[in-house]
Design a protein around this ligand. Structure first.
Ligand code: TTP
Ligand code: MG
Length: 366
């Protein structure tokens, strides 16, 4: 409770979802296909292809093409579309860039999929400030990444997510606490995240088509049909959702383990294996732009006995030589000369230099 006003603390949650994400990245990377029906997914092979559509541009959606549709069906609907295989490495890199922009706001960020995240922007103060922030965020993503997104701003995660999908593409929907019920009421129950085909069909069979009907119907009908889930359905229909935006600190540690083909006590083989682990983790550090402070070695002997030893360094490092020296010392202290089944190496106390030091938008985070 806020002591001064006596009202509960007002949460403001923002949900961001990129528009036709894979297709948007492709259209950004190849301007010649921008504005065309673009379908990313399996190879259509002239209509005989197997597999499904991952996603498609809004121009392709006008032909009725959708995510998860068989690619052969997409081909029937839109044979002249540009068909592309997914380039996951590229989409992951763009996703990382988008999440970086979101984190630069200084607010708490929870990434929920490759193109989707929640932000707890409560410290922005009110919904007008939140709308401003959302507009700047859209602009920032557009300028730096070159693709559009749709944003929802609301008092809870569930309503923010429904709001981001309300006007797509390039949408911004702000739902204040007073507007939640009227916003939700006319929408189909299937707009509630987690209500999929089965529950949706069941509700519709009961004559409950809109979220408003789900919010006001006799609770006993829901209990009869859904048992313990009835309360959850009702809460969702009212937009009640206290769940927090949980920031996962990205990677906490990176590790690599190897099981020997044959258990071994050969020092050369063990040293060579450790060297391989060192090189692989050093490469991951470079790829991810990470530094570490702690090195842990794990040795598993026959009979499932494991021994672990760690050392924490005074400073952050990111070089192979430091890993190799620390890992070598730990292994010498740890290994008793008997046969080893498995060898593991972990780097923790990770950080991304520069991360969180830049802030472009919004007030100081709490
Ligand atoms: P979504 O955000 O669900 O879809 P989208 O971004 O393509 O389109 P929208 O504008 O409606 O948000 O999913 C993000 C990406 O995940 C999408 O670009 C491709 C991938 N994906 C699949 O591979 N298969 C699927 O069935 C879905 C739904 C998505
Ligand atoms: Mg999306």
């Amino acid at each position: 409770m806020d002591m001064q006003t006596g009202t509960a603390h007002q949460r403001i949650i923002l949900h961001a979802d990129m528009d036709c994400f894979y297709a948007a990245v492709e259209m950004h990377d190849r301007p010649e296909i921008a504005g065309k029906p673009v379908i990313v997914g399996a190879d259509p092979q002239g209509g005989g292809g197997r597999g499904v559509v991952s996603t498609c541009s809004y121009e392709a959606r006008a032909f009725g093409v959708r995510s998860a549709m068989p690619i052969s069906q997409a081909y029937l609907l839109c044979p002249d579309a540009v068909y592309l295989r997914p380039d996951m490495g590229r989409y992951a890199a763009v996703s990382t860039e988008i999440m970086r922009i979101l984190k630069e706001t200084g607010y708490r960020v929870q990434q929920v999929s490759i193109d989707e995240a929640f932000l707890d922007i409560s410290p922005a103060g009110d919904f007008d400030a939140a709308r401003n922030l959302a507009q700047r965020l859209k602009q920032e993503i557009h300028e730096r990444v070159g693709i559009s997104c749709s944003l929802g701003v609301a008092p809870s995660k569930i309503v923010a997510k429904i709001a981001s999908g309300y006007r797509k593409p390039d949408g911004l929907t702000v739902v204040t606490p007073d507007e939640v019920r009227d916003f939700l009421a006319p929408l189909p129950v299937r707009k509630i995240p987690g209500i999929g085909g089965k529950t949706g069909t069941h509700l519709e069979a009961l004559g409950i088509i809109s979220i408003g009907e789900l919010a006001t119907c006799d609770i006993q009908i829901l209990v009869g049909a859904f048992g313990r889930s009835a309360g959850l359905l009702r809460e969702a229909a009212l937009g009640h959702d206290d769940s927090e935006v949980i920031e996962r600190d990205g990677v906490k540690s990176i590790s690599k383990e190897t099981t020997f083909v044959h258990d071994t006590d050969n020092p050369d083989e063990i040293a060579a294996t450790m060297d391989l682990l060192v090189r692989e983790l050093a490469q991951t550090l470079i790829d991810e732009g990470l530094q570490f402070k702690t090195v842990t070695v794990r040795v598993r002997y026959g009979g499932f006995v494991s021994k672990t030893k760690a050392t924490s360094l005074l400073h952050y490092h990111n070089d192979e030589a430091t890993i190799r020296t620390s890992a070598g010392e730990l292994l010498r202290e740890l290994w008793d000369g008997t046969t080893i089944r498995r060898l593991g190496l972990r780097l923790s106390g990770l950080r991304k230099p520069g991360a969180g030091q830049q802030r472009l938008l919004g007030p100081e985070p709490r």
